[in-house]
Design a protein around this ligand. Structure first.
Ligand SMILES: [Zn+2]
Length: 166
């Protein structure tokens, strides 16, 4: 399949097709060495950009190397990913015209502090590349953190109130 990498309006470089692609077609495989998730955590501890793709139960990740790692995220994508016999394929979910940029929904998880902002420009943009379930999870954590902060503030105020009343 005729795929090229060039600069993208979404983010840095993107992957474009030079030929029309039929709906349902296997477009490109997400290739790269398979490593354990813990190994990836160590390898990319201080990296800003990673190209990791979780497979199976998520303990193994593909350390992206090849064309597919350049495909950007979109909240309204033209492709999706499919795991077939331990291999990950980018497949077309609609007819794609020659010259279009290929995108799929990253559905990120396990991102810790990283915000992963999305600039895909789709009307349905979630403003983040995290999966909807992960967003809920992160909101719960953020709510807990802000509740803890509020408690801390309240304590400080109490103390100063006491000082003033003395
Ligand atoms: Zn978006």
């Amino acid at each position: 399949m005729g795929l090229i990498i060039r600069s993208s309006a979404i983010h840095a470089a993107g992957c474009y097709t030079t030929q029309p692609i039929a709906k349902g077609a296997l477009v490109v495989e997400y290739t790269g060495p398979r490593i354990h998730k813990d190994q990836a955590d160590i390898k990319y501890e201080n990296s800003f950009v990673t190209y990791l793709f979780g497979i199976g139960d998520g303990t193994t990740v593909i350390d992206g190397h090849g064309t597919a790692m350049f495909i950007n995220h979109s909240c309204n994508p033209n492709c999706e990913t499919e795991e077939i016999d331990g291999r990950v394929w980018i497949t077309a979910i609609r007819e794609i015209a020659a010259g279009e940029e290929l995108t799929y929904d990253y559905n990120l998880y396990d991102g810790e502090e990283d915000e992963a902002h999305c600039n895909c420009g789709a009307r349905s943009c979630r403003r983040t590349m995290y999966a909807p379930e992960e967003i809920k999870q992160r909101q719960r954590i953020a709510a807990r953190k802000s509740a803890a902060r509020k408690r801390k503030v309240a304590k400080t105020l109490e103390k100063s109130e006491r000082r003033r009343s003395r």
